[in-house]
Design a binder for this molecule. Structure first.
Ligand code: CAP
Ligand code: MG
Ligand code: MG
Length: 487
């Protein structure tokens, strides 16, 4: 037990100088949770496994504080003086403290960071998003549906021309947004620059034929920053402003890559793909962090969109409540989490404008999503927290990106659980496996959305909608399983 890190009931942790966290902690053997908690606090802040004689009065000011323990649920609440973190808004540094060595501590059987709370004074040190979903909506002129997207499949192996043809098929079918899959990079079958050139040609053709703007999210993850920035610059030179976003494999490429993109390109949608997150976030994992924690750091880092899961509707594992909670942390100005109530702005004590904003936000999130979509369709009410409303440092919204085993037939089910239409949905297999092809796949998505808006069951609505009817037959048989009869 390292007593110096124990401060149960210490109210000073709420004075705005501390980032608050809550961990699920289970020690091995007979060690008490108090002891394990202080060891965790030591290793994740100033200390080690032994009390050192070299500590100074100043260094002890940076000791993390165990300020509460819930013995029934094995929850440990730890406060970190945020002045201990690297100055200049560095996310990687925070995670090295609170989600770093601690996962290797031999005395802990379970150590999972479940939630985190940033005090307003700390928020202003971090970038937050610059180019947001609202900017993408303006560019696409799409307000009354989610941004409807796809991932080109097969994941890899198509030539640049074949790849671009599928982009064209999707866009001319009405789709808004196409992304590279997370492993697509600069491979010999589709050299990066040729892929970008081919996408531009396909996009121009689809825009001419549909009269609508389109967006493509290019994976710019690379071996090193110079290569990544060569790719971003090539895209910038070929594509029109607003027509592209930068996708980064945030877990495997790392937070420095995420923040480098955000700081170099405040005028570009930064798309955080989270491939690999499952090793930390799966609900059954005893060691790691939750989806809401990953999402909150992605918003603080300034990503414009981050994958938040399909709330159990798609193919990936995930806790519905966690995924929805994560999406609220991404989108809302004030988001109540399982443990903390996060306000994403530094707001003077009482301010009528902002209070009004938060009241209205609660009203929108409280209404049925379909009603919300109807209001959006009639554009009756401004939904966005727009610049003119906020004279304060607001951490702008990050768009949930919802993906993973979805298909047209599952969309209404997801919409009903999600609570907002403010997200990007990308269906890969669920579009390109449609028996009538990619164009029919996206048409079936629009038809399923209209059925949901009209509150008409898909069986009834699809009677005179061929693409949806074919999708119903196909996906009801296969669902999210890869060509296996539904279990
Ligand atoms: C989905 C996907 C996405 C994952 C990401 C894939 O394809 O492209 O990368 O869904 O998961 O490669 O599996 P499908 P998450 O639409 O064909 O499933 O969004 O949960 O991070
Ligand atoms: Mg060390
Ligand atoms: Mg993928």
């Amino acid at each position: 037990m390292q007593e110096q890190y124990l401060g149960l009931g210490d109210q000073s942790v709420h004075n705005g100088q501390y980032m608050l966290t809550v961990y699920k902690v289970v020690p091995y053997g007979e060690e008490t949770i108090e002891s394990a908690a202080t060891e965790l606090a030591a290793e994740s802040s100033s200390g080690s496994n032994l009390k050192v004689s070299t500590a100074t009065n100043y260094s002890m000011n940076l000791d993390a504080i165990v300020y509460d323990i819930d013995h029934d649920r094995n929850l440990v609440y730890i406060a970190y003086p945020w002045l201990m973190f690297d100055r200049g808004g560095n996310i990687q540094n925070i995670l090295t403290f609170v989600a770093g060595n601690i996962y290797g501590m031999g005395n802990l059987k379970e150590c999972k960071l479940l939630d985190v709370w940033f005090p307003p004074q700390m928020l202003v040190q971090y970038d937050g998003p610059s180019y947001t979903l609202d900017d993408m909506r303006k560019y696409l002129n799409v307000y009354d549906t989610p941004i409807l997207g796809t991932i080109i499949k097969p994941k890899i192996g198509l030539t640049s021309t074949e790849y671009a043809e599928l982009c064209y098929d999707f866009w001319v079918g009405g789709g808004h947004f196409v992304k590279n899959d997370e492993p697509q990079a600069d491979q010999q079958f589709a050299p990066f620059e040729k892929m970008v050139d081919s996408v531009r040609i396909a996009m121009d053709k689809a825009e001419r034929e549909t009269g609508h703007t389109k967006v493509h999210s290019f994976n710019v993850s690379a071996a090193d920053y110079d290569t990544m920035l060569r790719r971003t610059e090539y895209i910038r030179n070929v594509m029109k402003p607003g027509s592209y976003s930068y996708l980064i494999d945030g877990i495997t490429a790392g937070w420095m890559a995420v923040q480098t993109l955000r700081r170099h390109y405040p005028d570009v949608f930064i798309h955080f793909h989270r491939a690999g997150h499952g090793a930390f976030t799966r609900t059954e994992n005893p060691i790691g962090f939750s989806v809401p924690v990953l999402t909150k750091f992605a918003r603080l880092a300034g990503t414009s969109g981050v994958h938040t899961g399909t709330a159990g509707v798609g193919k990936m594992s995930g806790d519905g409540r966690e995924d929805i909670g994560a999406a609220k942390q991404a989108l809302k100005l004030q988001a109540k989490g399982d443990f903390f109530n996060q306000v994403w702005a530094e707001i003077p004590e009482r301010d009528p404008d902002m209070q009004e904003m938060m009241k209205r936000e609660e009203m929108f999130w409280g209404m049925p999503t379909r009603e919300l979509a109807r209001i959006r369709r009639e554009k009756k009410l401004q939904m966005e927290v727009t610049e003119e409303h906020t004279m304060w440092r607001v951490i702008k919204k990050t768009s949930p990106i919802v993906s993973g085993g979805l298909n047209p037939v599952l969309l209404p089910e997801f919409l009903d659980v999600f609570g907002s239409i403010d997200f990007i949905v990308t269906m890969g297999g669920g579009i390109h496996s449609h028996p009538q092809g990619t164009g029919a796949g996206i048409k079936a998505v629009f038809q399923a959305y209209e059925a949901w808006m009209a509150n008409i069951p898909l069986e009834e609505y699809s009677r005179d909608k061929e693409e949806l009817r074919v999708a119903m037959d196909f996906y009801n048989r296969y669902g999210t399983q890869a060509h296996r009869e539904k279990v």
